[in-house]
Design a protein around this ligand. Structure first.
Ligand code: RRO
Length: 324
């Protein structure tokens, strides 16, 4: 009898050998970055969020972490190669494992142009539409504006639905990267909009937007853009991430991808207990490099073994509440 726990999972109709992979944004801009991720113990590889045109991103310094990974702050400003490049690179990555592209147009129309193109690229298995970038001046996070979100999803799902072009049937996993929500009414509002459409997966959560980390000795901010304001990641965001994973697991039929505060196998386990089918790693990948994936997978397997679990479905979403 083989009792070694399996970490295999699926996102939409895409099967993964293991349930951890990179959060879009961290070490995933260049072909070299993406190949390194593909060769690591990741279940899939996702690109940095892309735009129509190449972007350098915001001025440096635009990232800061405290020494033990309690928190990170970034205001990267969407540095990326552009969507056509990620379409080209897809053939170099999809020979190893599924390749997803993250899309973050600066305007709704740009999103549609990119989705139309990328939905026909055969080597791309999935697309994550980023509705939650906190760092572009003058561009509010779409995930906090439910009317705009509904309009964008209406247009995006028309493009992303199963379709045939030039005799080839295309169907990719299509999902959304959501911002963190903090109020029960907002979870309900977002879920109501999402449930109107065919969305395969939700990634919960992006960084907590517009935090401020300061250096009290220097009496100064630690990153340059936006007077020091940026997206917060790291250990401190785990509680918010787990709450979002669990709420959207309860309120929708989408596959949920957990993201936020993952440093150990226990953190991965907790995300899955809250309902996640896979778990992304952001700040810890930045701090530890791609070896974090084999470590996290190993730690998760050990926890599962100690509890007698052989597969993720043995405990996924089975978080207990305290009954009267
Ligand atoms: O590039 C960024 O500044 C960035 C993006 Br697009 C995002 O979605 N989340 C984040 O923390 N930074």
């Amino acid at each position: 009898m083989n009792n070694i726990p399996s970490l295999s999972t699926s996102i939409g109709h895409i099967n993964l050998d293991t349930c951890t992979y990179n959060a879009s944004g961290v070490n995933c801009i260049t072909e070299e970055n993406l190949r390194e991720l593909a060769l690591a113990s990741t279940g899939l590889v996702i690109s940095k969020s892309c735009t129509l045109e190449y972007r350098d991103g915001n001025p440096l310094p635009r990232y800061y972490e405290d020494k033990d990974g309690m928190y990170t702050i970034n205001s990267s400003g969407l540095p990326n190669l552009n969507y056509l490049e990620y379409g080209k690179i897809s053939s170099k990555i999809s020979c190893y494992k599924p390749f997803f592209v993250s899309v973050a147009g600066l305007k709704p129309d740009n999103n549609m142009i990119m989705l139309r193109y990328l939905s026909d690229v055969g080597n791309i298995s999935g697309i994550e539409l980023n509705l939650s970038c906190p760092n572009i001046v003058g561009k509010p996070q779409i995930g906090y504006d439910f009317e705009s979100m509904e309009e964008i999803l209406r247009r995006a799902t028309e493009i992303m639905g199963p379709h045939q072009r030039e005799g080839i049937v295309n169907r990719k996993a299509f999902g959304l990267k959501l911002p963190p929500y903090f109020d029960i009414s907002h979870f309900n509002n977002a879920a109501e909009v999402i449930n109107e459409f065919k969305i395969d997966f939700l990634t919960c959560i992006n960084s907590i937007g517009n935090g401020l980390i300061i250096d009290p000795v220097e009496e100064r901010v630690v990153i340059k853009p936006k007077n020091g304001f940026g997206g917060i990641g790291g250990k401190v965001i785990k509680a918010t991430a787990l709450a979002n994973v669990n709420q959207f697991y309860r309120l929708t039929n989408c596959d949920i991808i957990g993201c936020g505060g993952v440093q150990t196998g226990i953190d991965v386990f907790e995300h899955i207990l809250c309902g996640a089918k896979a778990v992304q790693v952001g700040s810890q990948l930045k701090m530890e490099g791609v070896l974090c994936f084999s470590r996290l997978n190993q730690e998760l397997k050990q926890i599962m073994e100690s509890k007698g679990y052989t597969k993720l479905e043995d405990f996924r979403g089975k978080l207990k509440v305290i009954e009267d």
